[in-house]
Each structure stands twice: as C-alpha cells, then as structure tokens.
Ligand binder design. Sequence first.
Ligand code: ADP
Length: 283
Amino acid sequence: MLGSHINFSLRSYATKLNHHQKLLMARSLPKKETLFGVKDIIVVASGKGGVGKSTIAANFACTLARLGKRVGLLDGDIFGPSIPLLMNIQSEPLLNDKNLMIPPENYNVKCLSMGMLTPLDGSIIWRGPLVMSAIQRLLKGTDWGLLDILVIDTPPGTGDVHLSLNQHVPVTGVILVSTPHTASIQVTIRGAKMYEKMNVPIFGVVENMRYSICENCKSRIEFFKKDVSMESLPLKLISIPLDAHIADCSEAGVPMVVKYPNSEYANQFKRLAKEICSLIEKK
Ligand code: ADP
C-alpha cells in the first residue's frame, strides 16, 4: 500500500519536473532568425577532426562560386580555425558604418573566421557561452550582402556550436564528412542522429581518403579493408581520394578546384554542388 503510494508520488513528481523542464527550455530557446540577405545555410560537419572537413568545405564553397552562386564561407571552428589558411586570406574584416564586419573575399567567396580576428600566436581560452556569442557575432554581426548559400565549417564533434547554430538560424541542410575508419564513422553516425533530432535535413556524406590513385599506373590503392563500411551512414555523395596535390593546395591556400579546375576531383565537387543545389531547389 505504502509502496504504491510512493510510486504514485514519484510519478507525479517526475511529470511535474518534465513539465517544468519543457517550460524552461521553451523559455530559454532563442528565436530562429533568418540572416538578412542569405537564402540558404549549409553546414559541413564531421565527427572527428583531421578528416578533411575544412578542405571539403572550402572546395565546396569555391565550386558553388564557380557555378555562379553568391557564396559565403563561415569558419565556425573558434579554437581551430583553418579557413584563412585554406582560402589564403590574411586581412582582417573591415567594419561598415553600421558596425557590421565586411568579410574579406577570395576566389569569389566571402570568408569570415575567428582566425582573422585573433593573432596567430594568441591562444583562445573561452568557455561555452563566450564561444556561443562569438559564433553569433560572426553570423549576425556581419554584412554578408546578398548570398545564395552560406557554407558553415563547424568544429568536429557534436558540441554546443552545432546546437547553437541550429537554434539561432535556419539551417537548410548538413553535409557530413568522414574517413572510412571505424572511430570516425561511429561519431559521424552520432552527429547524424543529433541533426535528425533537430529536424535538420542531412544531404549525405562526403567520404575522404578511402583510397589513392597511383601516379604512374593510375591504379587504385585501397587503404581500408573492404569490410570497413560506411553503410550505416546516410547516403554517400562523393568519395575524394588521398592525394598529395590536395594537401599541397591546402598549404598554398589555393583550393584544389581552383588550381585544377579540370581535374577529376573538381568534377566530383561539381557533381556534389549541383546535387546539393537541386536538393535545395526542391525544398
Ligand atoms: P578537418 O577540418 O577535418 O580537421 P582539414 O580539412 O583541416 O581537416 O584537413 C587536415 C589536413 O589533411 C590538411 O592538411 C588537408 O590538406 C589534408 N587533407 C584533407 N583531405 C585530403 C585529401 N583528400 N588528400 C590529401 N590531403 C588531404
């Protein structure tokens, strides 16, 4: 008798708590606001770092620009920004008369990154809320002009930046980047689940560095056993090989699709960009 009474009290307490939590969350959730002048926002995300996410984001943005789109590229990786290097931008953003940042431009892509605002030898030691406000400032404190697509390169993992981005602006869809090793695939699946929960469409996965092409005989060299599969991931969009030219291009600050516009890789990126544009048009 006493047991069932305790159970009942616990259940009603849990219901009240649940209700209270929902109210609190609803109260603290910021309202999503469209970015003035920006039609679509595409997030590029990965589970692990070092899988080529920023390289893919930069090449994707440049390909969109080469297809005639008005494009922006925001580096959402506050602690490890790489867009200034990949896009060869050394200048700081200027401010317009409304105190909004004007993103520097290269290869017809407007770029903005925390790396443009902090000295190379300066370290950034911030806690979550400051990071969130930095992301918001980069997003909303910027005069993006008129953009068809803003590509956002996010930090690896499924942290606050991803949640916060989706709470503040309408994200059209996400492209996931993964290498075929199990550790990366597992966290990428987790990332996909997180985006699903937030009702953000997942366009698919760009697979990076599964294979290489021999310079001499042009044969394909596989780095991963066939059984390391990406089947549990969303649709594979393209597969980019490990290639010294890609690494050289990143170091030189000229994305592969700009330096070698007629290469097989540039064609793959063109296919990817066209596919994403047609998915956006259907939405
Ligand atoms: P992430 O954003 O996932 O941390 P990056 O895009 O910064 O990874 O890439 C890490 C390094 O790997 C860079 O030096 C980049 O040039 C190199 N890289 C990425 N993809 C390839 C590739 N397919 N072939 C050769 N080097 C690559």
